[in-house]
Write a protein that binds this ligand. Structure first.
Ligand SMILES: [Zn+2]
Length: 137
């Protein structure tokens, strides 16, 4: 009787371990072509926040702050454009056709002004370069 229960316990333990093992194995992450860009984007937002903080505590001059901020925002715009280029919107087939950029047709003003913090940008942005929130037109 003892032997039977010992074998049973051993089997149960083995089964348990196997179940845990398969559960613990992380699913292979889908290799996204925009993964590194998303990472870069997050990094830029972090840099912008750091920059803002340093400016507020007086570590940066206004000139340095504006210069660095502009550089970061330009880089952010490039990264966002690249993400958009790689990852076409899946909403509809019509939306996936890239619209030609027409300088004579300016984007709605709302897309250039952050509804959350009121920051203004030279061109429409999907995400605010100041506060990082989505800029819904
Ligand atoms: Zn904002």
């Amino acid at each position: 009787m003892f032997l039977v229960s010992a074998v049973f316990v051993a089997l149960a333990a083995l089964l348990f371990t196997l179940l845990i093992r398969t559960k613990d194995v992380p699913e292979p992450e889908p290799i996204s072509p925009v993964a590194h860009l998303e990472q870069r984007k997050a990094q830029i937002y972090e840099n912008l926040r750091d920059l803002q903080f340093e400016f507020r505590v007086g570590k940066l001059s206004d000139e340095d702050y504006q210069k660095t901020k502009l550089g970061l925002q330009n880089e952010l715009a490039r990264v966002l454009a690249e993400i958009d280029g790689i990852q076409p919107p899946a909403a509809s087939s019509a939306a996936s056709v890239p619209e030609p950029a027409l300088p004579s047709q300016p984007a709605p003003e709302t897309a250039k002004v952050c509804p959350h913090c009121g920051a203004k940008f030279a061109r429409p942005m999907k995400f605010c370069g100041e506060c990082g929130k989505a800029m819904v037109p």
